[in-house]
Design a protein around this ligand. Structure first.
Ligand SMILES: *Cc1c(COP(=O)(O)O)cnc(C)c1O
Length: 396
């Protein structure tokens, strides 16, 4: 096994060689003057990915989960009421984190495969006449089910009743692969990480923080030390870090931003849409159902696919790994055994996606799934041929 096969898990994602080289650096002194020259422009450029001009970017050495914890503990106090929808494993884990910080969590239970219901958020906010709800939490892209929620609609629901709560969005598996508009959607805390859309090693939580959220740090009582925004922001202001920064990932992030801007953010989003559409064509050709219930919910970074009755998706993903050396996402939580996931975010091309579809088809055929070998690949090929930018420019 050469280990050269791409992974089709929805994070950590494939790391382009260019970024592996960028992260391969010898130790330098993060207290030396040149660290300032690295850090400040990188933080300024990440703001463009969040699409915020008024907010600030704060990073921590951590995975995305640490970013959730930082967002919550810096801006809320024990007993504060938060409103959040649960419709998959990640929104569930965020709720768990809030509960363990002694917040009063009002959960909107949604069917897995549906998205965060803006009208239900609106109804509960309207009923909250005394403005006890301090935070509204939304998972933009639920990685367990392959569902994208409409954050703008939730902001509209908040504004419709003039509710002053802050809006917290988990964009870990969407940022830098799907459109995200922090300022336009009025997001106060946007949580992401290094190992998904940014195509880097795991190890950095990346958070967009509004001015309102920065102010909330002054009165928030949840305990925090390592994750204190104030320590990080004041050190960052002079180009420093309150402790040892993840230097290699910071260099990687600088290069990742270059790659994203060279391609153009809108082109990055269009590429993810195209690749996802090809994958969805393949799922249709197999005759299988996506977990996401309707097209407006489709995620462009991950597709969760139900296997037919009588089959175990864990057997399938294990077989694909053991026999062909290719990793797919397993079904999480209540989807264990019932669905597998194809991650198609970050560094991904038509050709890579086709190889994943071909591999999972072989694994399915080996296990006597009722599919025709090649059917999904052909459907995706046809879509990619029709829509590839190269074909268009040749036709023009
Ligand atoms: C990956 C992911 C996270 C964070 O996971 P970590 O493993 O802590 O980086 C959070 N939310 C969503 C939606 C994710 O996909």
């Amino acid at each position: 096994m050469t280990g050269q096969n791409p992974v089709f898990i929805p994070g950590p994602t494939n790391i382009p060689d260019r970024l592996r080289y960028a992260m391969s650096i010898q130790t330098t002194d993060h207290r030396a003057p040149d660290f300032v020259e690295l850090l400040s422009p990188v933080l300024a450029d990440v703001k463009k990915v969040f699409k915020t001009e008024t907010g600030q970017v704060i990073t921590f050495p951590s995975s995305g989960t640490g970013g959730w914890e930082a967002a919550i503990t810096n801006t809320l106090s024990p007993g504060d009421k938060v409103l959040v929808a649960r419709f998959g494993m990640f929104s569930h884990r965020w709720i768990d984190l809030c509960q363990r910080h002694y917040l009063d969590v009002d959960v909107i239970e949604c069917e897995w495969g549906s998205g965060a219901q803006a009208d239900e958020y609106g109804a509960r906010l309207a009923a909250d006449k005394n403005h006890e709800i301090k935070a509204v939490l939304v998972t933009h892209n639920e990685t367990a089910t392959g569902v994208r929620s409409d954050v703008a609609a939730i902001r509209r629901a908040m504004d419709a009743v003039d509710h002053p709560a802050m809006l917290y969005v988990d964009c870990v598996s969407s940022l830098a692969s799907m459109d995200f508009r922090m300022d336009e959607w009025g997001v106060d805390l946007a949580v992401s990480g290094s190992q998904k859309g940014f195509m880097l090693a795991t190890g950095m939580a990346i958070i967009g923080v509004s001015q309102k959220a920065l102010k909330a740090c002054e009165t928030a009582k949840c305990p925090r030390c390592f994750f204190d925004f104030r320590d990080m922001a004041s050190a960052n202001a002079h180009g420093g870090f309150p402790y040892t920064p993840p230097l290699q990932i910071m260099y990687g992030l600088r290069e990742s931003l270059k790659m994203l801007f060279e391609e153009g953010l809108e082109n990055v989003f269009a590429r993810h849409y195209r690749i996802a559409e090809g994958v969805r064509e393949a799922v249709r050709a197999w005759g299988f159902a996506l977990c996401a219930k309707s097209p407006e919910l489709y995620s462009d970074t991950v597709s969760a696919v139900y296997v037919p009755e009588g089959f175990d998706s864990d057997v399938l993903t294990n077989h694909a790994f053991d026999t062909y050396g290719v990793s797919f996402g397993v079904g999480l939580g209540q989807m264990t055994g019932k669905a597998f996931r194809i991650g198609h975010l970050g560094s991904m091309t038509d050709v890579m996606a086709l190889s994943g579809l071909a591999a999972i088809e072989m694994a399915m055929k080996d296990l006597d799934y009722p599919i025709e070998l090649g059917s999904g690949v052909i459907a995706a090929q046809q879509y990619y041929r029709k829509t590839s930018g190269i074909a268009h420019s040749q036709a023009a």
